[in-house]
Ligand binder design. Sequence first.
Ligand code: CAA
Length: 382
Amino acid sequence: MDFSFSDEQLMLQDVARRIAKEKIATSAEHFDATGEYPLENIQLLGENGLMAIEVPEQYGGSGMDPISSVLAIIEVSAADAAHATIMSVNNSLFCNAVLAYGSEAQKQTYVRAIAEGSEIGAFALTESQSGSDATAMRCRAVKQDDGSYVINGQKSWITSGPVARYVVLFAMTDPTKGSRGITAFMIDANRPGYGRGKTEPKLGVRASATCEIEFQDYVARAEDVIGKEGEGFKIAMSLLDSGRIGIASQAVGIARAAYEASVAYVKERKSFGAPIGTFQMIQAKVADMKCKLDAAMLLTLRAAWLKSQGRRFSTEAAVAKLTASEAAMWIAHQAVQIHGGMGYSKEMPLERYFRDAKITEIYEGTSEIQRMVIARNETGLR
Ligand code: CAA
């Protein structure tokens, strides 16, 4: 077993860390307060290969491995989790969809534009009445005699929806077949029949623009199908396995930022004539934070390593996402407590970490869904 990173992995981590420190950390407060989409920062990440990390160089990407993605997302998330949301969805859900299931033409057209940072990708599975129960979707794609599909319906909570040019959509092509009646499509937001709702005001990751999208007689051509008709649900689930590593990485980044701020603060802040870090109750918090942070990091790397070996990693991705998101929430909570009034103040980023951490327990499968996936896979029972 080797716990060291390769030179290439460290180099990409370094690029991400530099942009995170110089551009993202310095503007995070502004984007959190305004909810504006951080377009220039995202373009900068794209120009540096961080929006298509695992995309092979032949399609304009960085050609790096899943462990590199984890390292890069952690750096960005430690500066600002909203940037990491945009980055993770674009990398893990959009790019992986086309790479793993798309045709050569789809790879050339859609992945290249995303890899070059000129366009943003989104992933549309959720609907207002179907979040955890993804097969209950109502968005319909009806096949026409010429092989095209007419799509009608709405999708909710679409990360990057307000700005995305290309969207990987899941729609029901045969409602009588349940999960086997779902098909994946590549959607171009510039084509007729595509509409966007208002940007959602959110508790955290406020700069990662989220909205509802709507299809009104949108025509998808036969060549817009991703994979095969009826394979959409399995495609969505396997992409979410990768997406969950991305969200676990995001959670580790938030947890690390909250932990490092706390370690610095307990050495500086004096109370009763001594640094608060000398008090046993604070020491216990620091120790427990460190254990949860390390466990989250190692489990996330394990899932990424399995992915890089081409092995199944559904359970390990769920274990990583569950552990890391709950660690981020707990660590951010303790960090606010350690900082006392300053933790509650907008003068410090602790309250932002606390708000941002919460979403990692909800999107790309709630903690309850992760527990269900893990238990089903471990026991074989349903
Ligand atoms: N990989 C490949 N195939 C998979 C799979 C996986 N990880 N998981 C399930 N499948 C297959 C099953 O083998 C099964 O195949 P067969 O038909 O051949 O038997 C099929 O998919 C159906 O599986 P289930 O019977 O297990 O399906 P289910 O209806 O019981 O649902 C679930 C399972 C785990 C609850 C699933 O619906 C789920 O993960 N729900 C959560 C959805 C989710 O994470 N949404 C996040 C939205 S996206 C988002 O948040 C992005 C963003 O913008 C940030």
